[in-house]
Ligand binder design. Structure first.
Ligand code: SF4
Length: 184
């Protein structure tokens, strides 16, 4: 069995990233470059600001998703740990009937345990899913490499600098949890 070095993986991910960035329309690239500035001008509450981030992610990821099997109903990556901030928990709470458990932080190994929000193989809160779930991308034609044992080598977190900056700014004073500790 050939093992792929960290360097090879990073190179592979960089190549994938370059392919994907080329298909994003220029107007969206420009908007992304100015996104943090736009975000800072928003005077809404944290949930409104999170919505602003998510709606822009929906726009910029649309052409990317078209080139991948990543979509509602494809759920192999829903078996890996999922970090969720207190603001994202409030956002889900405000838009669904879900009631979070008492918030605690645990160090339990969650690999291979499906996310509790995965119902019959479909994300039950897809429109409101956490930030990290929106970024997980595979470039293979199928999800065959999205098994928890392979996913860290074969999939990438597809991040955008200014979107990430806005998200980090938004959650900077909040706590993060593992989604399995929050919902059941
Ligand atoms: S929130 Fe939805 S997309 Fe994210 S891991 Fe859970 S089921 Fe999957």
């Amino acid at each position: 069995m050939t093992s792929i070095s960290q360097l090879d993986r990073e190179q592979k991910q960089e190549e994938k990233f370059q392919i994907l960035t080329k298909i994003i329309p220029n107007d969206l690239k420009l908007k992304e470059e100015q996104f943090f500035e736009l975000f800072l001008k928003n005077k809404g509450n944290p949930l409104t600001k999170l919505k602003l981030i998510y709606s822009f992610m929906d726009q910029i990821f649309k052409p990317i998703y078209k080139m991948t099997p990543c979509k509602k109903g494809c759920s192999d990556c829903c078996r890996i740990p999922v970090s969720i901030s207190a603001i994202e928990i409030d956002y889900i709470k405000s838009l669904t009937n879900l009631k979070p458990k008492k918030l605690i932080k645990s160090n339990k190994n969650t690999v291979s345990t499906p996310c509790p929000l995965l119902k019959n193989g479909v994300c039950s809160i897809y429109e409101y899913r956490p930030f990290v779930c929106r970024q997980f991308i595979t470039l293979y034609d199928t999800a065959e490499f999205c098994h928890p044992s392979l996913i860290y080598n074969e999939c990438l977190l597809f991040g955008f600098t200014e979107i990430q900056k806005a998200y980090n700014y938004l959650i900077k004073n909040t706590s993060n949890y593992e989604i399995r500790d929050v919902f059941s």
